[in-house]
Design a protein around this ligand. Sequence first.
Ligand code: 5GP
Length: 250
Amino acid sequence: MKKGPLLYRGKAKSVYLTDDPDEVSVEFRDDITAFDGEKKAVLEGKGMYNAAVSAFLFEYLEIHGVKTQYIHMLDNRTMLVRRLSMIPLEVIVRNVAAGSLVKRYPFNEGDVLNPTVIILDYKDDTRHDPMVNDDIIFALGLVSREELLTIRKTALKVNDLLRTYLAGLSITLVDFKLEFGRYKDKILVGDEISMDSMRLWDGKTKESLDKDVYRFEKGDVMSTYAAVVERITPGALHRFEAEKTVFSGE
Ligand code: 5GP
């Protein structure tokens, strides 16, 4: 496996070409940002924590029949994935009211949402990721009706799987964001599923276990993330270290 040129540098991840045109490598960097990139920091080791959780959850989803971009880890912060053509939608699934939902609508933080709420945002920091409805999505030509149905169904299946798994660890999956992309006429789950993209509360104390710790300065981000990695992926960090494959840089 040869690491090729940089294809795209996002706020917290960098995507590199590989010698296979259908695959790219995603490096989870130590950058952390919030509020459309207005608040930022570098936290050493954070990339590895998010990569470990993302890899574990992608594998978990695959085992349970959800198609994702994930192939395998190349080192403890770099993931080999299928090269998707990303759809610029943030698909947010909410089980419990929190964050922007509480700001915009008359919910109280902690209200259990029935039904589960799916919110679709157009991914564009310069426009502050505006919420879109189906008509806007079709008028913009982002996806077909059939594709949107697949996206919604998949998002709910991912929610059922993750919520159940995390509940077993006494972690409440409050909400999370998914991104999807096209790969050879299929729609796959892309991007990441990590403490940066999920809102997680401890089942007993309701303490934040995710990026809200950074957003709202609720405590030490790295010790929170480290504890979550241990809870969600027992032994994974050791495994990635041990199984590290040779990934030749430029
Ligand atoms: P909220 O709309 O309450 O700010 O976010 C809802 C959920 O979606 C949270 O779990 C949050 O982490 C995730 N989310 C929303 N927008 C973004 C985004 O632009 N980037 C990331 N990483 N997560 C997001």
